[in-house]
Design a protein around this ligand. Structure first.
Ligand SMILES: Cc1ncc(COP(=O)(O)O)c(C=O)c1O
Length: 448
């Protein structure tokens, strides 16, 4: 495993520059429209305005809020539904409740909400005009940046969301190999397209006719797939570690990634790393750097632009001709604003040694949580890497305890999702983590 996991290079969380610092002043300014309430001492947040807006939403929006942000995936009525503003690691909902955020917009926020430097870069590009007949030079600069910082990247392309990149990558694998089958791990999320959506609506059998599945860490199952159908397997697409919803995360077993890489190489299949969720939270150089292997193609999204809508795929030189043959475009995909936001975001991440900082903050949170769990009779464990842990409580078969704990903490001022991995950002400070742990202690006392 790469040394980026170590946290010793973080000297002091107080040394962060203004771009990644959450100040009370900045938070207050950002929340001027919906005055933020301080985290309540003993009292609990009220979500009545959230509920009122949601009751309007269900009349005009299918499900009110759909997809991963659906309230049905947390605990209905016990969590905020609508955001109003944010600054640094905190945001405020429409009731004026302020949260220290451990979801980071489900990953995109990585250097703090409304980061001044990223916003300034986006605004600068926007003021020159964003969407033209042509890309701007910023696209080339961003591609150069990706190629220079990610070892297996010889070229880069850009889009607007992760699903487009993962789907496009599977098409490049098919184009390159002239084969049909794509292998993925059961229970992995790669986006909303028909070959991989976890939803059920609108699908036909043909959508998955050429998909093959194996279980995470079961190299023997992958071997068997290659043994039986290797000459028709175009590619294997996987996330860096297994992070399903509603269950703890599972890291790769010793030798697993090297084994996957060897099977792909020996059988002429393209190894696609879906780094959409983990990109820049395990290593600045791509998550393969953290786990020690070499994919052929990688897909990125979420953190690359600190929330500005941009995604990317990178690949090896051998795949460049095939990549050129798979049509890729979108009405505003080459817009300059997001390219400049991403360039600035990457600059901050590197300059601030953000990955090391996030690991240090995650380890502080995990240690504190596990100690509190033991102290109050709710043993708990954070699974997955510390920068994006998933909390599991002991003896919780129906997930009631985790729901209760996350709701109690959220109502006290820190947003904890009960069924999804969390995310740390470069903007979280040790003081934020300690404030959260205080709220966790109050929550555990309330749970009795
Ligand atoms: C691992 C992974 N792949 C792909 C996607 C799809 O990305 P998007 O929602 O931007 O289409 C996601 C989104 O959560 C993801 O976590």
């Amino acid at each position: 495993m790469a040394t980026t996991a170590k946290s010793e290079s973080v000297k002091s969380t107080g040394s962060k520059k203004s771009a990644v610092k959450s100040t009370t002043k900045a938070t207050a300014k950002a929340t001027a429209k919906a005055p933020a309430k301080a985290a309540p001492k003993g009292g609990l947040y009220d979500f009545s305005k959230n509920m009122e807006i949601f009751s309007r939403a269900v009349k005009v929006v299918p499900q009110g809020i759909y997809g991963h942000q659906s309230p049905a995936l947390t605990v209905p009525g016990e969590f905020p539904y609508y955001a109003a503003s944010g600054k640094g690691p905190r945001y405020t909902d429409v009731d004026g409740n302020e949260f220290i955020d451990y979801m980071c917009a489900y990953g995109p926020m990585i250097v703090g909400y409304a980061n001044d430097e990223v916003n300034a870069a986006a605004i600068e590009a926007m003021q020159q005009g964003d969407c033209f007949n042509h890309p701007s030079e910023l696209m080339v600069k961003l591609a150069e940046r990706m190629v220079e910082s990610i070892p297996h990247a010889d070229w880069a392309v850009f889009g607007k969301n992760g699903s487009d990149m993962t789907t496009w990558a599977t098409m490049v694998a098919r184009e390159h190999t002239d084969r049909r089958k794509i292998v993925m791990v059961k229970g992995t999320y790669h986006g909303i397209h028909a070959w991989c959506t976890p939803g059920h609506g609108g699908l036909i059998n043909a959508d998955r006719e050429n998909m093959l599945y194996f279980e995470w860490n079961r190299l023997d199952q992958l071997e068997e797939l290659f043994r039986r159908q290797g000459d028709d397997i175009a590619g294997v697409i996987m996330t860096p570690y297994h992070h399903p919803a509603m269950a703890g995360s599972i890291l790769p077993a010793e030798g697993f990634w090297k084994g996957v890489q060897k099977l792909c190489n020996d059988n002429g299949a393209v190894l696609i790393l879906d780094d959409v969720r983990c990109g820049w939270r395990l290593s600045f150089h791509g998550s393969q750097d953290y786990f020690g292997f070499e994919p052929d193609l990688s897909c990125y999204c979420k953190a690359i632009g600190n929330g500005f809508p941009i995604s990317a795929a990178v690949g090896r030189e051998e795949l460049k001709t095939s990549a050129a043959k798979v049509f890729l475009t979108g009405s505003y995909w080459n817009g300059a604003m997001c390219m400049n936001a991403a360039l600035k975001c990457l600059e901050i991440l590197e300059r601030e040694k953000a990955v090391e900082h996030m690991f240090a903050m995650g380890e502080r949170l995990n240690k504190g949580l596990e100690e509190l769990g033991d102290k109050y009779g709710y043993p708990m464990k954070m699974t997955g890497p510390a920068t994006m842990g998933y909390l599991v409580l002991d003896d919780d078969p129906d997930l009631y305890k985790i729901q209760r704990f996350c709701a109690e903490v959220t109502k006290r001022g820190s947003f904890f999702h009960p069924h999804h991995n969390w995310f740390l950002s470069a903007a979280h400070t040790a003081a934020d983590i300690d404030e959260t742990l205080g709220q966790c202690e109050d929550a555990l006392k309330a749970m009795g």
